[in-house]
Design a protein around this ligand. Structure first.
Ligand SMILES: [Zn+2]
Length: 104
């Protein structure tokens, strides 16, 4: 697999419990808005556009929320150096993983 650096526009953030709760709240707010708008607007092309725009709103609202460090899962410390290891990983890099192997 290629090792293209991930640009900030496409960065993936793992949510912590607070982030997951807020993601649900965003979904609830937009569900309530869509429920009301469906009843007010009625079926047709305009309602389809309303749904699409609310889906966009949901994406950007969640992305904005997920970009706050307070809502992100904390990273682990690398077991070999003082670096940050990705959530669920013991080492920050393959180099640290290999360096940590017991010598035979
Ligand atoms: Zn390391």
């Amino acid at each position: 697999m290629s090792q293209t650096p991930i640009r900030p526009e496409f960065q993936v953030h793992m949510l912590n419990d607070s982030g997951k709760t807020q993601a649900t709240q965003i979904a609830e707010v937009l569900s309530e808005a869509l429920n009301k708008l469906e009843a007010l607007v009625g079926p047709g092309r305009e309602l389809v556009i309303v749904k699409t725009k609310l889906e966009e709103a949901c994406f950007f609202a969640k992305r904005g929320m997920a970009s706050k460090p307070d809502n992100q899962q904390r990273q682990n410390s690398c077991e070999h150096c003082d670096g940050d290891a990705p959530a669920g990983k013991r080492f920050c890099s393959d180099a640290c993983r290999i360096a940590d192997l017991p010598s035979a």
